[in-house]
Design a protein around this ligand. Structure first.
Ligand code: RRO
Length: 313
């Protein structure tokens, strides 16, 4: 009998039978969507980013898929943090960790939410979103290193669960170093790289117009377009952060080979966003099978045999 190929991993001290799960955003806003992830082959369930109050989000159309990826300006539509905290009771039946994404509209909101959810023992960890590009008038915290430090100082006085951050993509070498030196001052459990590339513009040349309604068509870019940027961020933070911090890769994952590349750059787990929106929960099993086939053909029995081992030439 050939020995089994394992794609299990550990995030925030919790075991995941598969390293693949959903990115916060697509199809994880209501109970039916979260349940579908819970009973799928995904290794964990991650909620839509939660705010203090329920929000309707921006005007539609606000999500468009193209051949090379997506643009969105959802504007944080969600059911409010209390709903996602309560869902943790149901989530404990899935035999996989439930992570809650938190994206308060201010530091005080984030602090309030984190204080309130700290008593929910079935929330395995919190992914604090420092990088929503789509709320008019609210700059992304992750691009302001001092504000990021301030927020982390506040939340680490309150948080009981393991806490990670969802980062925006960085593009300049000093910026990777500046963010890493902030993060290395806190007991961060994981870092998710990357959120959508903020404020791109997709144009419909036939209509000679933008394709989404909010913000004159500007929105976050995801999917195929962003894989090289995502890999660069995974690699840099894998290199610069304390080795106790798990890196979660997110960006441009459609196939097992895309997931393989994220892991080779240092990711301990890989989230799927745009492709999950296209394909639904079936993507978690398909990509897992593709990744397993690649590992078998390369002779890697588990993720640790190749994680982070990207070579220079
Ligand atoms: O809801 C959104 O508009 C949104 C969020 Br919170 C985010 O973090 N990233 C994104 O592309 N869209």
């Amino acid at each position: 009998m050939p020995s089994p190929i394992l794609i299990s991993t550990k995030i925030a001290g919790f075991g995941l039978s598969s390293c693949l799960y959903n990115a916060s955003g697509p199809l994880c806003s209501d109970a039916d969507e979260l349940h579908a992830i819970g009973i799928s082959h995904a290794g964990a369930v991650l909620s839509k980013s939660a705010t203090l109050q329920e929000r309707q989000g921006n005007e539609e159309p606000r999500y468009v898929d193209t051949r090379w990826g997506s643009i969105n300006s959802m504007g944080l539509p969600n059911q409010g943090y209390e709903f996602y905290a309560r869902f943790s009771e149901q989530a404990k039946t899935y035999d996989k960790p439930y992570f809650m994404s938190v994206s308060g509209l201010s530091h005080d909101d984030n602090l309030h939410i984190i204080k309130e959810i700290s008593g929910f023992e079935n929330i395995a960890g919190i992914e604090l979103n420092l990088s929503c590009p789509n709320v008019p008038g609210k700059p992304q915290t992750g691009y302001d290193f001092e504000q990021s430090r301030r927020l982390l100082e506040m939340v680490f006085t309150e948080v009981k669960q393991p806490l990670g951050v969802k980062l925006p993509p960085y593009f300049d070498m000093p910026h990777f170093e500046m963010m890493a030196s902030v993060l290395n001052d806190f007991p961060i459990s994981f870092v998710t790289c990357v959120n959508s590339i903020g404020n791109g513009l997709v144009v419909d040349p036939d209509l000679e117009s933008v394709v989404i309604k909010p913000k004159h068509g500007f929105g976050g870019i995801g999917g195929d377009f962003i894989k090289p940027t995502a890999l660069a961020n995974v690699r840099q933070f894998y290199t610069l952060l304390d080795k106790s911090v798990s890196i979660i890769g997110c960006g441009g994952v459609k196939t097992g080979m895309d997931a393989f590349e994220h892991i080779l750059c240092g990711a301990s787990a890989v989230q799927i966003g745009t492709q999950f929106m296209r394909e639904g929960t079936g993507c978690f099993e398909r990509v897992a099978n593709e990744l397993t086939d690649i590992m078998r053909s390369k002779g890697y029995p588990d993720l640790e045999s190749f994680r982070g081992k990207l070579k220079d030439i």
